[in-house]
Write a protein that binds this ligand. Structure first.
Ligand code: SF4
Length: 218
């Protein structure tokens, strides 16, 4: 039987989207505020956070890709960070390329700006652990769809990793397997930015996704 609310409600996907958009608005305004206090723009703050995750250094093209901006925009961002002595350019392996690294001062600001989303973490903690795990799984699906459509840069997620073995242990509380560390794991352990991630070949990635996305690995 169709519930009366089915006919009088906006489609569920639209209400979920509206909720995400509200969170996005708050994040943007907090990012501006946090960035302003640290003396950088939100894009510069994001660049600092990304460089902090790459202590060995990062090429400009890689930074532009991860920020989801054009090479000229990334170049402007980096120039501003270098002018503020928060980042430095060092010669790369071949003499024509440059590697970007944080300075000591950049590390300090990156740590400070990393606190931006803390308020959201507090809100997420109001969900119980199973709700958090289900939410993480749903987020992985949304992020992957955005990635497939080219709306966001490729993320270093388990679901696109060559080491990911979804439902390798069916019926177990930790049904997936990471072949890199050779250990089982659950949805709550899914990573969105794993340093060990290696992109899987297309065929393996598609097969893993089909298996992962099926309800409870059916
Ligand atoms: S290596 Fe990292 S991204 Fe890949 S499956 Fe293991 S934990 Fe996930």
């Amino acid at each position: 039987m169709t519930a009366i609310f089915d006919s009088i409600s906006e489609p569920l996907s639209r209400r979920v989207t509206a909720g995400l958009a509200k969170i996005g608005l708050v994040l943007r305004s907090r990012a501006w505020k946090g960035a302003g206090l640290a003396g950088v723009t939100p894009t510069q703050g994001q660049a600092l956070a990304l460089l902090r995750e790459a202590p060995q250094g990062m090429k400009l093209a890689a930074l532009a890709h991860l920020l989801g901006v054009s090479a000229p925009t990334a170049s402007e961002t980096v120039s501003a960070l270098v002018a503020k002595q928060l980042a430095e350019k060092t010669p790369g392996s071949d003499r024509r390329s440059l590697t970007l690294k944080l300075t000591q001062q950049g590390e300090t600001i990156a740590l400070r700006t990393a606190d931006w989303p803390d308020f959201l973490g507090t809100a997420v903690e109001t969900l119980d652990p199973s709700e958090q795990a289900a939410f993480l799984r749903a987020l992985v699906k949304i992020i992957r769809a955005l990635q497939e459509n080219g709306d966001i840069p490729v993320q270093r997620m388990c679901v696109t990793c060559r080491h990911f073995r979804p439902y390798a242990h069916p019926g177990s509380p930790t049904p997936h397997h990471c072949a890199f560390v050779d250990a089982p794991f659950a949805d709550r352990h899914l990573r969105l930015n794993c340093p060990e991630q290696e992109p899987a070949p297309a065929e393996q990635r598609d097969a893993a996704w089909t298996r992962f996305a099926a309800p409870a690995g059916a």
